[in-house]
Design a protein around this ligand. Structure first.
Ligand SMILES: C[S@@+](CC[C@H](N)C(=O)[O-])C[C@H]1O[C@@H](n2cnc3c(N)ncnc32)[C@H](O)[C@@H]1O
Length: 231
């Protein structure tokens, strides 16, 4: 599991037809499912894609997070989910593996990731959708809708700016934010921006990744997830 193989000709065509930059894309064995995923060796590359090295689908992180959200009854069959800064939809892929009848919108500023996501979800395109959206500057109307859960996993610096809109206009039952322990200020900013929500659960967890740093004490492997509930 978590092994990568080269794309076959049909898979290369699929990526090409969608306009995805397929240079560093391979096919990952994710719990027996074939998933297009980056093969990145560098610690840092353009558009901040280096995080796929350690936080992505080549680790148990997405599964561990969904275990927590499932146990806390935040996500279940039928949930309507908005995934802010969805990246390679690590969360969407894990959600699709274990829940049914989901309605999911993933938004990210990096268009190449969105094209890969569309290829991964081509047979679920009615229920898993993706949109280019900048959390700091895009028109909020582009993500309006009814959501049970709005999540921001791997939250970065500009993420908090969208949360007054999320909490006051979208009003999901749950808001979930997560990052590594060195970025707790990003999570605090999000919590402060959410009016009329209380902290239901804050949980720390740790993991390692097959292609991340070998040192298990590395900061990116030690993370916190906060679940806010509407009061
Ligand atoms: C650390 S990755 C997290 C990916 C995924 N949510 C996860 O937890 O595995 C952060 C993602 O946020 C996106 N991002 C960063 N700033 C953004 C912004 N202002 N608007 C939208 N997406 C942004 C990046 O392109 C990247 O895909």
């Amino acid at each position: 599991m978590f092994e990568l193989r080269e794309c076959n000709e049909e898979e290369k065509r699929e990526l090409l037809e969608r306009g995805a930059d397929s240079k560093s894309v391979k096919v990952l064995d994710y719990f027996g499912n074939d998933i297009f995923f980056y093969d990145i060796k560098e610690q840092s590359v353009a558009h901040h894609d280096c995080w796929v090295n350690y936080t992505g689908l080549r680790s148990e992180r997405p599964k561990m997070l969904m275990d927590i959200l499932h146990e806390q009854l935040v996500i279940s069959d039928g949930s309507r989910i908005l995934d802010l800064g969805c990246g390679l939809s690590e969360m969407g892929i894990e959600i699709n593996r274990r829940f049914g009848n989901i309605s999911y919108l993933g938004v990210d500023v990096n268009n190449n990731l969105l094209k890969i996501n569309e290829a991964n979800f081509k047979s679920h395109s009615g229920s898993y959708r993706f949109k280019n959206f900048d959390l700091a500057t895009s028109q909020h109307d582009d993500i309006s809708g009814n959501y049970d859960v709005v999540m921001a996993m791997g939250s970065a610096d500009s993420f908090f700016k969208i949360f007054p809109y999320v909490s006051e206009c979208l009003k999901p039952t749950y808001i979930v934010c997560e990052s590594h322990v060195g970025r707790q200020y990003n999570l605090e900013e999000i919590i402060s921006a959410c009016k009329d929500y209380r902290l239901k659960k804050s949980e720390d967890y740790s993991f390692t990744s097959v292609n991340g740093p070998v040192d298990p004490s590395w900061i990116g492997y030690h993370r916190r997830v906060n679940i806010l509930e509407k009061v």
